[in-house]
Design a binder for this molecule. Sequence first.
Ligand SMILES: Cc1ncc(COP(=O)(O)O)c(C=O)c1O
Length: 474
Amino acid sequence: MALIDIGDLQLSGDSRTKQDALFDAIRDKIVAQLWGKGLKLPSTRKLAQELGVSRNTVIHAYEQLHAEGYLESKAGSGYFVALELPDQFVATANQFEAPSQPIKAKDHSRAFSPGVPDLSEFPTQKWQRLLMRHTGRISLLGGQDIQGDESLRAALASYLATSRSVVCEPDRIVITSGAQQALAIAALLTSQNDRRLLMEQPGYAQMAKVLKLFNFEQIPAPVRPLLGLDLDVVENSEAEAIYVTPSNQYPLGTTLDINQRLRLIEWAKTRGGWIIEDDYDSEFQFAHRPYPSLQGLAAKTGHDQHVIYVGSLSKVMFNGLRMGYLVLPQSMVAEALTLKDALSGDSPTHTQAALADFVAEGDLVRHIRKMRRLYKQKHQIMVTMIERYFSDSVEVISQAAGLHVTLRWYGGISEQEWAERASTYGIVIRPFNYYEQFDEAGLRDWSGAVLGFGNVPIDEIEPKICTLAELFKS
Ligand SMILES: Cc1ncc(COP(=O)(O)O)c(C=O)c1O
């Protein structure tokens, strides 16, 4: 139940008595709709204490407001702003009412919203226990190391070494607010002399937003359906930094093999530049073993000073966690901390401590293993259903990885029209041009869309794909 904090309530000296002054002050708040309908007033004892008046004064003012229809009283619960105000004061403008139930957040988790993991499978009870374990720690209530909780960095260093061959010590890791903050810091770190950055085209719209915000010149690094990143263009460019999603290019779903990775590292080395490696979806590869990270490969030959590695817990745990990290060349750590300090200050302490245990006690790996099996199954069902209901009219062009499929088709309905029709059925599909920063939609002779399946229950996949196919053809 929403309570009123009396905040700046003032008793004016003009009224005849303190009781009148309090009556006027509260009535004014209600009439001006600053105290919304249905909100609970403080108890008479509390209000008397806060205002330094007698309790009787408050009791009589409340009774009078009640008698005149401004307040309602509920036996045993106290006084509330009336839902129906006296006629002469019925609201004119600025209708404000206490929400009777929490305002519903925009639903980002519907079928087939991209980038949402299966939220119902997350071990919430375990997570709750870990949070509880740390909630009582007084030492966590104050500010913390800007770089992030030391035990969390140690746990991540070990996890990244075993699962992604990332070579680092905990003091090269910086905890961030999701990959999003890591990407902003990474971009700024590369821009000391040159604000140009090679950006995958098509590419991750959230990275494009960062580059736009900080006035980077985005140089397209073309990615071709089924073929992947055009390394010739990269090698011939003047830029010193590139952003890549090498495990599962977003949104085309290609991957960089070992040779391509080595070529990219060679480019960064020769150029004296940087690769921002967003290792998104590396955990969910269904058709082949994941390739080692660019950072790990570069470290083998002593060139990891050219790689800034970015990771996120959004897909392997849940989006609302907002935890990510950077693995940096040692020489960049101090500058990264200055940037993080300016952008957000330190990271939430209890969440970090709970996350450190989740990683160190093996829960993260257990959860990833379980989810890999589930997503593989969902991916197979998606592909089978798309083939069944669309026959040859669309093709899946993304590799078997991650939490989405990317579709391509020639002729027929436009990607926007299909997305609009789907939304009227409560289904989300992402038109392909969402990922294009250089307005090349006109140059494409095909249409496309991205469908996320992470959070769609298995038994809903078939009916929803069937609906989409009908909308596609109608
Ligand atoms: C390419 C890419 N990188 C990173 C992320 C994770 O971002 P964040 O940690 O900010 O949720 C996503 C999420 O969809 C993504 O698509």
